[in-house]
Ligand binder design. Structure first.
Ligand SMILES: Nc1ncnc2c1ncn2[C@@H]1O[C@H](COP(=O)(O)OP(=O)(O)O)[C@@H](O)[C@H]1O
Ligand SMILES: [Mg+2]
Length: 376
């Protein structure tokens, strides 16, 4: 009992309404197994596909996450946080018990829409609870491939030539869109602006295939990015910190198929090889790390992010592909593996992220919320 009073209660929030629901459950299970129990207790908060929150028992959570790709169906008391500061009290929405327990820090391990895009981060801000990872702004621009590119471009960070088209422009002038996109050069990559896991992405190798690719991407988002395809190595780097972020050793993804597709990421066990560290010379390693920290700071991230780069084979030049503010976080995912290779264990990484969440929250709490005009 004495020990319990000293531990912080971490609300592990997983599942969610995005296509990456099952992946999130895997990451949650890994965190649950590895977290330092001498410092933290865990409340297991599963968000089902319809967006309802459930407080799960350990046994229930284990059963659920023993399956390779399970989804959270139902079960567990339905709970909620109020969008008003009430010291992290989880509320039983059936009203039987009222307040159930107090959460000190939230660890949202949600990917994609409503998890990684700033929406739930805004909700945690309203509830005034510290949470792991980027805030509203960093999450939102980290999710939007179009706005993200425009911001890093303004900061002088190299990106591949791209164009953006929204559903209205496509509906009213598809031919003009095709004509302005083709000069980017084939192959082209066509992507929904706000998604992940390669869902809705096509590689276009002939002009005739472009329209179908745009339409496929528009099924997932009202905005689509069309960009020049590179023949490039895919180099990823893990960044950790708030005001003074640091970069891990870089890693490399070697997809076996044409590109790093959804299947290569989650379905085919042999879809890609991960090389940790990436075989790069010291100077290139330094460039990747420097670029990754600059991207993290330009996009106003916090806590963690994985920065994914292209290293063009012909020119040996580095380009930013994208940032992921809530990267895959199972114990064998790239982000934790890169830190392990850099000397920080998975367990200590989790603790560090929780400390960073508390640091960011307390820095923001010091801010004045009102202003009294000077009477003179
Ligand atoms: N411009 C490009 N040139 C070459 N390959 C690309 C390009 N854009 C995307 N890809 C391939 O598609 C994959 C998924 O694209 P990405 O932009 O990272 O989307 P997601 O957010 O879904 O991961 C990349 O990992 C890479 O294999
Ligand atoms: Mg990617």
């Amino acid at each position: 009992m004495a020990q319990q009073t000293k531990t912080l209660n971490i609300g592990l929030v997983f599942g969610g309404r995005s296509g990456e629901h099952e992946v999130s459950l895997r990451s949650a299970r890994s965190i649950f197994e590895a977290i330092d129990r001498s410092r933290y207790t865990i409340s297991l908060i599963g968000i089902d596909r319809s967006g309802h929150w459930h407080l799960l028992e350990e046994s229930q959570f284990r059963r659920l996450t023993d399956d390779a790709l399970a989804a959270l169906e139902d079960g567990g008391a339905e709970v909620a946080l109020l969008p008003a500061p009430n010291r992290g009290q989880l509320i039983d929405t059936q009203g039987i018990q009222g307040a159930t327990r107090r959460i000190d820090v939230i660890f949202p391990i949600l990917h994609g829409t409503f998890g990684e895009d700033g929406t739930i981060q805004g909700f945690f801000d309203l509830a005034d609870i510290p949470y792991v990872g980027a805030g509203v702004l960093g999450s939102a621009v980290g999710m939007d491939k179009d706005v993200q590119k425009r911001l890093v471009q303004a900061a002088g960070i190299p990106i591949v030539p791209f164009q953006t088209v929204n559903h209205h422009q496509w509906k009213t002038g598809a031919r003009a869109v095709v004509e302005r996109a083709l000069p980017l050069g084939l192959p082209l990559f066509v992507k929904p602006a706000n998604l992940g896991s390669s869902v809705g992405i096509s590689k276009v190798s002939s002009p005739a295939a472009l329209a179908a690719a745009v339409e496929a991407a528009l099924e997932y988002d009202t905005k689509v990015v069309i960009e020049k395809g590179l023949d490039a190595r895919e180099i990823e780097c893990a960044v950790l910190g708030n005001d003074e972020p640091v970069a891990s050793v870089p890693g490399e993804i070697c997809p076996t198929a044409d590109f790093y597709s959804y299947e290569a990421k989650y379905v085919d066990d042999n879809g890609a090889r991960l090389l940790i560290p990436a075989p790069l010379d010291p100077e290139k390693t330094r460039q990747v790390q420097e670029l990754s920290v600059r991207v993290f700071q330009t996009l106003e991230c916090a806590g963690m992010a994985r920065v994914d780069c292209f290293l063009e084979r012909s020119s040996d030049r580095l380009y930013l592909n994208e940032i992921n503010t809530l990267p895959g976080f199972t114990s064998i995912s790239m982000y934790p593996k890169l830190w392990e290779a850099s000397g920080l264990s998975y367990r200590d990484l989790i603790s560090r992220l929780i400390e960073l969440a508390i640091e960011r929250h307390s820095n923001r709490q010091r801010l004045k919320r009102s202003y009294r005009p000077n009477p003179y």
